[in-house]
Design a binder for this molecule. Structure first.
Ligand code: HH2
Length: 265
């Protein structure tokens, strides 16, 4: 797993949700999700991130049963492929690990479900801890920081200690500044510009910039998503500042852009 996630590594997004802001529920049907995930791995994704709950601004979450109903058939179909599970629920993570998921991607950084840290530790899984200010329902209502890079880093440092104290090996953890999760456009860009502050914690950094609205809003103040070209520009900038793992919708294009950035740097 460590080798597969060497920088730059691409994580392909498979949202098994009817309401994702960025891909409009394109993979809601399990067969469509399976086909998309297989194509992403062929295109060079190091891992595919399967999620059954949207975290877009304003979303309110789904029940455990509904989340399991969405992701279990997809994980069964992807048996043998490198899979990550995007969930904050311990029971979803437990089922996913049983079905072969190797990484748990928790946008609440182990604050959402008190059982989740133990499930990750026991299952020997890798873990992504992401920063979020507030919760998806309200997070974009006037986010505020005195110093966004230091505050996000201090939060993730504390969450990393929490995970390690719960038995997750530090070498299994990657950190994510949470682009778009309770941040203005300017705060998102500052986090990328000052990625060195977060990198000083010594863990690989994962970034989710793909199609995020801050990118679209550079060109149109009403934009709800960013374009592919803007996503690639942001990914390359983040790569040059030290990011390792890139959570993206368009795998082939990001692999080409990042392999090129690596070759010329
Ligand atoms: N962004 C989204 C969801 N999960 N996980 C991590 N670690 N980092 C992110 O930046 C991140 C994430 C939101 O994007 P998307 O999956 O495209 O949409 P939705 O949450 O609506 O399914």
């Amino acid at each position: 797993m460590e080798e597969r996630l060497q920088r730059p590594a691409v994580m392909g997004i498979v949202n098994v949700t009817p309401d994702s802001f960025s891909d409009g529920g394109a993979h809601h049907d399990p067969h469509a999700a399976e086909a998309a995930a297989r194509r992403m791995v062929e295109e060079g994704a190091a891992i595919v991130d399967v999620g059954g709950e949207s975290t877009r601004p304003g979303s309110t979450g789904v029940t455990l049963d509904e989340e399991l109903r969405r992701i279990v058939p997809v994980l069964e179909a992807l048996d043998g492929l490198p899979v990550s599970i995007d969930t904050a629920k311990a029971e979803v993570a437990r089922r996913a690990i049983e079905l072969g998921a190797e990484l748990v991607n928790d946008v609440t950084a182990l604050r959402g479900d008190p059982e989740l840290a133990g499930v990750v530790a026991e299952g020997g899984a890798y873990l992504c801890l992401m920063h979020m200010q507030g919760e998806p329902r309200t997070m974009q209502d006037a986010p505020r920081y005195d110093d966004v890079a230091s505050e996000v880093t201090a939060f993730l440092e504390e969450r990393l200690s929490f995970a390690v104290a719960a038995g997750v090996p530090e070498e299994h953890v990657c950190l994510d500044p949470g682009i778009g999760f309770g941040k203005t456009g300017a705060q998102n860009f500052e986090l990328i510009r000052r990625l060195d502050v977060l990198l000083a914690l010594g863990r690989p950094v994962l970034v989710g910039l793909s199609r995020k609205s801050s990118l679209g809003r550079l060109f149109d103040p009403e934009a709800r998503t960013g374009s592919l070209a803007a996503s690639l520009g942001a990914a390359v900038a983040a790569y040059e500042r030290g990011a390792s793992i890139f959570r993206v919708h368009d795998v082939r294009e990001h692999v080409e852009a990042l392999v090129t950035a690596e070759a010329v740097s």
